[in-house]
Design a protein around this ligand. Sequence first.
Ligand code: ADP
Length: 669
Amino acid sequence: MIRKLLIANRGEIACRVIETCRRLGIASVAVYSDADQNSLHVRQADEAVHIGTSDAASSYLNADSIINAANASGAEAIHPGYGFLSERVVLPKLCEKNGIIWVGPSPEAIECMGSKIESKRIAKEAGVAGVPGYHGTDQDDAVMVKAATKIGYPVLIKSSAGGGGRGMRRVEQESDMMEALEIARREAQAGFGDSSLLIEKLIQRPRHLEVQIIGDKHGGLVHLFERECSVQRNYQKVVEEAPAPRLSDEVRERLFEASLKLGKSMKYDSAGTVEFILEEGEDQPYFLEMNTRLQVEHPVTELITGLDLVEMQIRIAAGEPLPISQEKITVNGWAIEVRVNAEDPAVGYQPNVGSVRGLRLPSGDGIRIDTGIARGSEVTPHYDSMLAKVIAYGSGRTVAAQRLAAALSSYSVFGVGTNQGFLRDIITHPKFIAGELTTRFIDEAFPDGWKPVESDKHHAVIAAAAVWAIHIEARAVPPELGPFLSLGGFRVLGRAGKCALTRLSVVHGNTKKLLELIGDKGVYEISIEGVTHKVSIRAIGQDASISIDGISHRYGTYVDNSTVDLSFGGAVTSYQVKPELDSIGSSSGGAVAGGPRLAAPMPGLVVAVQVEVGQIVSEGETIVTFEAMKLMMSLPAPISGEIKEIFCEPGETVGAGAALLDIEPSESA
Ligand code: ADP
């Protein structure tokens, strides 16, 4: 058995492999770039070796550095994960030279399946039908245009060496073909270093189905059933599940048979995935391509079969035979996975970067999270935006989907925006629930693009204000200031029994709302745009249960000074909550009798009162020194006039909005 394994990858997949290593008693070696010094995979591995600068080309894609790291650390084997070098022959070839075990298929298998043209030829030879199209080596324009006409428009031009949904171009009619070929060729050369193209019939309502296979070095080969990955965006998978819903046994059998045929024809000896495309409602699946590595979506297969694919890969690489025969592999239950990406689906799926300030993990039965991030992780622009995968398992599809939706609502990544709200809306969409899946799902489910449901924007703003208020109350009095001070806090009533209000501004993006808040200890009245709401908030660990006018919701919360992050329905929204210093005293909303008042902008300590009753002050003059959140503030007189009454004393702790003093406006004021 292998005793030490190096993982030539990062992020969630590196962490995933490390987990199996730990279970099997294999020492794990992580590799990392400059940007990943403090990444989770580095912290989780037994050892970690720095392999280069942040750009992938000089670190995770640098096979020599990886081999050096393996040699230096004494790793006997290398697991490539997915992406990066996993489907390039350079690393397995170097492994062979250096006497290191490659946890993956032979370089020959990688090579021939890495070309869509070559893989289609091999599949055809093995009796597996590809999408009708042109897969010839003659790349002459005239030949290709003629082939497209024969196939019938619309067609899809693909780069033979392409992958990850890149290098595909849809062509509607013959007159567009020449230009499309030219652009596709240029892109293929630039993107994949190989300009060969193929043309396929464009399947109108495609379903993406794939079969997990795994073979050993002794001629053993089994399939681990199918996965459906039809929910895609830009030809990239967003949701994956196993088994596939609404699939006849007949089609299913065809998929298994074709996949095993292809695997056997190449003596495939590791984990691999054979991908197919099926026109919705038809029963002839076409071979698309084969991926000669572990897939992102492998967990759904693990959950329904109870097998650990990484363990199987490692054991097979070490020469062990498959641990299980085909008859013994059965499907049990249903599993659905979503990819949590640091991106903003409401703004053109713009990627987000930043540091993960906090994480709130979902609980509940049947939930698995494969994550590459932890609190404090930096999400940098150097690598892909997938942060984690949330996978739900249930006895059936409905249970799994329900669990997944619930998990997405309670899983929060604070500090870096994710696509969770979008994912949740997919999982709960009636078409998804009905299992009506094609690659057009997202376009059809969200024809105008996805936007977060903002059933009541005011509710979120009110909730942010309440979270801020209770947080400020809790930390208003540093314990070191002495026990008498900790009696302080937030107060509804000013000294003279008069109500005091705090005016707050709550800013989200470009919108700023002004609120008035009154109350204490989690019970407030909050007014926004002339409507007053009764609000109560109860903190439950990192969460808060917030009731607004009698209707209660649970939010994930994160507060850092004036930043309040609220997580609801899977989406985290960030607000800036600040007391409105300018309007102190002018806010009384009719509740305050007498002259304009100076009120405490937030809970804090009255450090000094610079004035006495009867003293004449001018507007803007500092009259009280106040300390809150470790900041000293000079509070100015809101108007010119005479100090009429002082309600506070130096050393006193007061709540937000507490009345500090009243000023009688002077004649001229
Ligand atoms: P890649 O290697 O980039 O992942 P694939 O050939 O596996 O490319 O295709 C990725 C996705 O593109 C498929 O899942 C499917 O959604 C879409 N696609 C591929 N070929 C066709 C086709 N002929 N017609 C319609 N959609 C296609």
